[in-house]
Design a protein. Structure first.
Length: 315
């Protein structure tokens, strides 16, 4: 597989959409012409943009330019609000004031990560994102007008309060640079796909390097530079994420969980899990799975009681 072009499901007359995403799954390297805003509402998020690994904390915001290749590593127990929009949303505005910047210039040259913004600007952007997402979710009468108004407010905050990253104001990428960047992302995508297919078996760094046609030394440097972690750490984290998902959703013996997640033994699984989470996998399962089961049973009982009340009252 190769880097794919994502075509967000947006109305051409209103080129905007918002959604909320969990962090349990990998998202392959992809790109789209729409600008994307990521707001982490829960946990930590690991992603990469144009070969650069980024770790976002709860409460942080990241802008991704249209055309930038990006991917998301599995980041369990995280949650993010995503807003995607085309610059045609602001078609009434050809240029902004006397700055001489086009809209494309504005989004290209802004500082894309909220940790580099003034605190007041970050608070305003987050408030607007939350308002925009709420309007898009509830879709009350006139919601599209209000969303567009909020987006123009966001544009104003960017122009007035968010600093510019002057190092980003350079000529367009050369074809050689673009090709090199996309080749790197395609390599990462192949590695991710290989892990997805083989994580339940024994995987060595040398084996994956050979599959990619690289020496172990080159593969090690390539992976660390573009993900921020070693391949072995990534593989262990990937398997742990799989194990957490199983522990959250299924009631299996720990030996079965370890095998399904690709760990060679229960002892190895227990060691890595406790080191990463601070508790044993069995305790994690008992705490999370049983709480979830109890909550669902309460919700089901509440629904049954409501139905009986309705029938009794003749509703």
């Amino acid at each position: 597989m190769s880097i794919y072009l994502e075509l967000p499901d947006v109305d051409k007359h209103f080129p905007f959409r918002s959604l909320i995403c969990g962090g349990d799954e990998l998202c392959y390297p992809h790109w789209h012409k729409e600008i994307e805003i990521i707001y982490v509402t829960k946990g930590r998020l690991n992603l990469g943009i144009n070969d650069t690994p980024i770790r976002m904390e709860q409460g942080e915001v990241q802008f991704i330019n249209g055309g930038d290749v990006h991917y998301f590593l599995a980041s369990p127990e995280s949650e993010r609000v995503v807003i995607q929009f085309d610059l045609n949303l602001f078609q009434e505005v050809a240029a902004l004031g006397s700055s001489g910047y086009s809209l494309r210039d504005l989004f290209t040259e802004m500082e894309h990560s909220s940790p580099s913004w003034p605190g007041a600007a970050t608070a305003k952007v987050i408030s607007l994102i939350e308002s925009i997402y709420e309007e898009d979710t509830q879709r009350r009468e006139g919601y599209a007008y209000l969303i567009k108004a909020r987006m123009f407010e966001l544009l104003t905050v960017i122009l007035r309060e968010i600093p510019k990253n002057r190092t980003q104001r350079q000529p367009k990428f050369s074809e050689d640079t673009l090709t090199q960047s996309r080749e790197t992302m395609e390599r990462l995508e192949r590695i991710f796909a290989y892990v997805e297919l083989h994580y339940q078996k024994s995987i060595s760094l040398n084996e994956v390097a050979r599959y990619m046609g690289f020496s172990p030394y080159y593969f090690t440097k390539l992976f660390k530079r573009n993900t921020g972690m070693t391949f072995v750490a990534f593989l262990n984290e990937y398997r742990l994420n799989k194990a957490k998902w199983i522990l959250l959703n299924e009631d299996l013996p720990m030996s079965a969980v370890a095998e399904a997640a690709g760990f060679g033994s229960v002892k190895t699984f227990h060691h890595f899990f406790k080191e990463a989470t601070g508790i044993s996998p069995l305790k994690y399962h008992k705490t999370i799975f049983r709480n979830n089961t109890a909550r669902m049973q309460e919700e089901s009982a509440g629904a049954d009681l409501y139905d009986r009340d309705i029938k009794t009252s003749g509703g």
